[in-house]
Design a protein around this ligand. Structure first.
Ligand SMILES: *[C@@H]1O[C@H](CO)[C@@H](O)[C@H](O)[C@H]1NC(C)=O
Ligand SMILES: *[C@@H]1O[C@H](CO)[C@@H](O)[C@H](O)[C@H]1NC(C)=O
Ligand SMILES: *[C@@H]1O[C@H](CO)[C@@H](O)[C@H](O)[C@H]1NC(C)=O
Ligand SMILES: *[C@@H]1O[C@H](CO)[C@@H](O)[C@H](O)[C@H]1NC(C)=O
Ligand SMILES: *[C@@H]1O[C@H](CO)[C@@H](O)[C@H](O)[C@H]1NC(C)=O
Length: 446
């Protein structure tokens, strides 16, 4: 009997304790806020829905938005939204801002299509917006109608570079950034990629930005390892989820919606991404290495060029092709431990084609990002200051790939062993990078 009483008493106490606990919980837990702001009256907070993607469809249009940047270099506008627009369906747009918590009135946008589109239906486009007075803008939305009724449903883009003005030249985080336009398909040229990245590091490059639609499995491992380490910045670029991107550069020949997986949009995005943080930006492909021939690193080259050409923000570097079908005969850098690594060993290719300057011969560009407004691949489209063609004996691109002038015999090619000058540092650094990514077996080192 006593035990039964005791049990009841215990149950009673437990019940009391539980009720007290529940009461306290009810008092201290804040009321969950309603998921949407009151539909009547002015909204209290904005933005409502912020895009976390690198490519954001613009609702009720065929266009895609990429990034919004503060850019007050053009009179009458404060914000530049980089996008990829369908040329045959361009309609008026209105800008709406989120001003640190409240919504601005809408303002008409100016739509600037870039001059280069190579015949494709989609073109890189800048949408220019003026910010309303006293608005501390944090996000922008583009609307197809002037009324703000649909604002709440719209996707907002965060405004980047809003502190660029305050950053003096002295405070730049990087001296030199390399922008690599789109990786796509199952590209898996690991050895050349690792050699190129390590060569860049030796030359004093601080950051390599890579736009990635897709890549092969081994390259994926290598790039994950580099981006973990911080030297490489991977930008997801799922353009194939929105458009039918072309694998070529000319619509009439290759078809598709947009040139080379949207290469032009990525190059422009990279310039703006770098504007507040890097003194120089090089736009090129991963099978190209920018190589100073009289200096041991990029900054000593740039300091000299800039001294000789003070008001210059665009430097053109001539492309030189090293055909991968010709091998250096001694086999000095044919390292057995690299046999299992997919891709081209650039140290084995020392024969250089003389450019046929009668025909069009392309350059790649090094820019001061703050002097550029719009860029294409081989030329800038809108810029301030001067432009200078760097002589090839001062700096050229080492571009290891299939021959361009395939009929030239070995005797007709130049021997160029500039890369070899760096082998003592380059080879161990490439080994380290491959090992870090688990792409080199540790046995059989020479
Ligand atoms: C810049 O962005 C920061 C953080 O997003 C924000 O707090 C600040 O108000 C913005 N400044 C301007 C001038 O828009
Ligand atoms: C917002 O979107 C919802 C569905 O996503 C729709 O029902 C509603 O009508 C939209 N509101 C406006 C103002 O467009
Ligand atoms: C865009 O429109 C679709 C329907 O057309 C709707 O489901 C979606 O919620 C809208 N998104 C935004 C961000 O406006
Ligand atoms: C940039 O290069 C200069 C030499 O031109 C050097 O003194 C400076 O430390 C470098 N800055 C960074 C961020 O690497
Ligand atoms: C590149 O993009 C593809 C497709 O989204 C993804 O599977 C892969 O992991 C990405 N690689 C890196 C290094 O970001």
């Amino acid at each position: 009997m006593d035990r039964l009483k005791e049990l009841r008493w215990k149950l009673f106490l437990l019940l009391i304790a539980t009720s007290i606990f529940m009461c306290m919980l009810a008092v201290t837990t804040p009321r969950t806020s309603t998921p949407f702001p009151n539909p009547h009256g002015p909204p209290k907070t904005c933005p409502f829905r912020v895009s976390g993607q690198t490519i954001t469809p613009l609702n009720n249009t065929k266009h895609l938005l990429v990034s919004a940047f503060m850019d007050q270099r053009v009179k009458g506008s404060d914000i530049r939204v980089i996008g990829i627009f369908r040329r045959d369906s361009i309609q008026p747009l209105h800008c709406c801002f989120c001003c640190a918590g409240y919504l601005s009135a809408t303002a008409p946008a100016t739509i600037l299509q870039h001059a280069d589109h190579f015949g494709f239906p989609f073109v890189t486009t800048d949408v220019m917006c003026p910010i309303a007075q006293n608005c501390d803008a944090t996000h922008v939305a583009l609307l197809t109608q002037k009324e703000g009724g649909i604002v709440r449903n719209q996707t907002w883009l965060p405004i980047r570079n809003n502190h660029t003005e305050e950053n003096g030249e002295e405070q730049l985080q990087f001296n030199f950034t390399v922008c690599i336009s789109n990786l796509f398909g199952d590209y898996n040229n690991v050895l050349q990629f690792a050699q190129t990245l390590e060569m860049y590091r030796i030359l004093g490059v601080d950051r390599v930005v890579i736009y990635n639609t897709s890549c092969g499995p081994d390259l994926d491992r290598l790039l994950r390892s580099y981006s973990q380490e911080g030297f490489v910045e991977m930008v997801p670029w799922p353009i194939d989820q929105h458009l039918n991107p072309s694998k070529g550069w000319l619509f009439s020949e290759h078809g598709g919606d947009v040139q080379y997986f949207g290469q032009l949009a990525t190059l422009n995005e990279c310039i703006y991404r770098s504007m507040g943080r890097s003194r120089y930006v090089l736009l090129n492909d991963i099978d190209e290495i920018v190589m100073p021939y009289r200096h041991s690193n990029m900054m000593s080259l740039m300091n000299m060029l800039q001294q000789q050409h003070p008001n210059t923000g665009v430097f053109l570097i001539e492309n030189h092709i090293f055909p991968k079908k010709h091998f250096e005969p001694s086999g000095r850098f044919h390292l057995p431990r690299w046999n299992g690594v997919p891709g081209v060993n650039i140290l084995e290719h020392i024969y250089r084609e003389e450019p046929d300057r009668e025909k069009y011969h392309p350059h790649k560009i090094i820019v001061q990002p703050r002097m550029v407004e719009q860029t294409s691949v081989h030329e800038v489209l809108k810029y301030s200051g001067q432009r200078y063609k760097v002589p090839p004996n001062v700096c050229r691109l080492i571009h290891t790939r299939v021959a361009l002038q395939g009929r030239l015999s070995l005797e007709q090619l130049n021997v160029d062993k500039r890369l070899w000058d760096f082998h003592e540092k380059l080879i161990p650094n490439v080994d380290k990078a491959l090992k870090r990514a688990g792409l080199l077996s540790t046995e059989g080192q020479s």
